[in-house]
Design a protein around this ligand. Sequence first.
Ligand code: PGA
Length: 245
Amino acid sequence: MTQPSKLAAGNWKMNGTRAQLDEARALIAQHPDPRVGMALCPPATLLSAMAEIAAGSALKLGGQDCHAQTKGAHTGDVSGAMLAEAGAQYVILGHSERRTDHGESSTDVRAKIESAWAAGLTAILCLGETEAQRDAGETLATIKGQLAHSLPGGATADNTVIAYEPIWAIGTGRTPTLEQIAEVHGVLRGAAPDPAMSLLYGGSVNPSNAVEIFGVPNVDGGLVGGASLKASDFSQIVSALEASA
Ligand code: PGA
């Protein structure tokens, strides 16, 4: 059976101007030939410039969202095809900040994934429970529900990566126990339509906890926010993933 591929993906969120492109240059210099996948998802405004820097290197790029339509009267939005043309290979979809800030439902996310696939992008689908859901013992039901409603038919290990991101762990410095991560990832492995689909953990991954998190069964890498902004931090996370591979 094909093994899931390992991926360390950085989500810069709404951070970064051209001055931060040096971080991408430094990351490439530190990992000219990584044994795992390495990707950065900068703001859409930086994709083209970062793509020039990443050309011929192991660094892959992604967008942070795309519209469900390919073009049209949707002020402020970008399509999957636009991201792909700008140099993206991935697009993060269903991130909790999009679900919360922009009211995106799992049905919306599903339509966006279809559109991302049509543009040739690999979707990084984010799922995760709130703290209230975890306290109420609803974590697994929440994750299974989001997966069932967000993931279209036809998902494969080539076109989709799943990221488990407990909402209460994002940007807080708090992480679930390794047992809690293992429990959710075990359920995701069973529920994913392709056993070779990569399953990432996200939420306060940093250079100090990456080794233990990447050692959890069925964790194939990380989706990293704050600690992906500095090459010196993200590089250690890439190295931790290489060590687990
Ligand atoms: P964080 O963000 O690593 O800053 O917690 C993770 C994410 O939102 O993808």
